[in-house]
Design a protein around this ligand. Sequence first.
Ligand SMILES: [Zn+2]
Length: 60
Amino acid sequence: MKKSIMDILVCPKCKNDLILNVRKEDKEEIIEGELKCNNCSEIYPINDGIPNLLTSDLQG
Ligand SMILES: [Zn+2]
């Protein structure tokens, strides 16, 4: 995912801002990492450059 889309990404659960933790990145793209919600502490993984914004409720 592009770093620039952080501007438009919000937590699907509570619509708050997400904090980006990068584990592996390219020049402009996040390859591996996670997005954590500032508010509800839900964590969304980023795998192979694709952010998984499903909540754990839906995944379960
Ligand atoms: Zn949230």
